[in-house]
Design a protein around this ligand. Structure first.
Ligand SMILES: [Zn+2]
Length: 243
């Protein structure tokens, strides 16, 4: 399994918002601007056949219409599966209505996209080798929000999405070879996000697990780089890890 952290920033940071791509074809979260950015990094966006969405905040799904338009303009009818929270299709339709009125139906009729909406803890098996589990995480008043545990050929990566430190985070770290965790805040976490001190605690609790921080503010990144932790990676642009 090859994992690239294409975005590790939060909304206000100078890095692309949190997103990762697995084996060049599974995109986890679709923040605003990610499709153009993937092209800038020389990814072939037409190779993306699976999209996983953690929750319906704009910095996690607003670029999905642009991926759909990319498929449409390229007359690409290969199937793309979108594993997403309940209500995603309606919101995508709304985004089209705002940005590209009357085009949603036309695009939907000419591309091959399947929205797999779910409400809770879920076990999705894409094929014999790819298994995806969603897990409810706690992200302030925003509901539902999911973390995901993705297993490919026996290797496992976990992604917290946006979350405070809750039981689901321990579960993700316990079962994953590498965990990519929300570390928005430079000190304590709050009800919506984890902070550097939460991540420090997690790294100490699971010394043999590899943790990668994401969704960082620039100030958080600076604090983390000044205070290195053995099993914590602060990713640079398009950081790659192979399992
Ligand atoms: Zn969020």
């Amino acid at each position: 399994m090859k994992i690239n952290i294409v975005g590790s920033g939060s909304i206000g940071s100078s890095y692309m918002s949190a997103s990762l791509i697995i084996d060049d074809h599974i995109l986890v979260d679709v923040p605003n601007g990610i499709i153009k950015y993937l092209k800038h990094l020389n990814y072939d966006i037409l190779k993306i056949d699976t999209i996983i969405i953690t929750h319906l905040h704009g910095d996690h799904f607003f670029d999905l219409p642009f991926l759909m338009l990319g498929k449409y303009f390229n007359h690409d009818k290969t199937l793309i599966k979108v594993i997403c929270p309940y209500g995603t299709t309606k919101k995508i339709q709304k985004l089209f209505r705002l940005g590209f009125p009357y085009d949603f139906r036309k695009v939907m009729e000419n591309i091959n996209i399947e929205f797999i909406e779910h409400k809770g803890r879920n076990n999705i098996i894409l094929d014999d080798n790819i298994k995806i589990n969603s897990i409810n995480v706690k992200h302030g008043t925003m509901k539902p929000c999911f973390g995901y545990i993705i297993n490919i050929n026996g290797k496992t990566v976990g992604f917290s999405g946006d979350s405070s430190y809750c039981n689901a985070i321990d579960k993700i770290v316990e079962v994953s070879d590498v965990s990519i965790l929300d570390m928005s805040l430079k000190e304590d976490g709050d009800k919506s996000h984890m902070g550097f001190l939460d991540i420090k605690e997690i790294c100490k609790k699971y010394p043999n697990k590899k943790i990668i921080a994401t969704h960082m503010r620039n100030s958080t990144r600076e604090v983390a780089l000044d205070n290195p932790i053995k099993n914590l990676i602060i990713p640079t642009e398009n950081f790659e890890i192979k399992l």
